[in-house]
Design a protein around this ligand. Structure first.
Ligand code: HEM
Length: 78
């Protein structure tokens, strides 16, 4: 149960990091940094938090189905 809470917290805080990285990208575009090849790394900034989002998000998605499988069904108890 505790690890589910930890995964949810990681997902929540990485969403903040991802959003900040996207805002930085918009500002970089407005300032014309996309023309500067040495500044292109800025546009990869959202990818690490997004990768964490993907795996923690998929874990959070399957969690309710895993829980249901472990509890006995009505037919099993009859
Ligand atoms: C990349 C693929 C992603 C997947 C598969 C995914 C999946 C999920 C799932 C299954 C939940 C739990 C929903 C529930 O409570 O039943 C969740 C919660 C959440 N997601 Fe994602 N997500 C993804 C990306 C993102 C992104 C990009 C953001 C925001 C920038 C985001 C923000 C959140 C937030 C804030 C919550 C609520 C966390 C909490 O309960 O504290 N997610 N996500």
């Amino acid at each position: 149960m505790q690890e589910n809470k930890t995964v949810r917290q990681i997902h929540r805080w990485c969403s903040v990091a991802f959003t900040i990285a996207v805002i930085i990208d918009f500002v970089a575009i407005m300032l014309g940094y996309y023309r500067d090849e040495s500044a292109l790394w800025v546009f990869y900034l959202p990818l690490p938090p997004l990768a964490v989002q993907l795996f923690t998000g998929l874990y959070l998605f399957v969690l309710p189905y895993l829980g249901r499988r472990r509890t006995p069904r009505r037919a099993d108890t009859a």
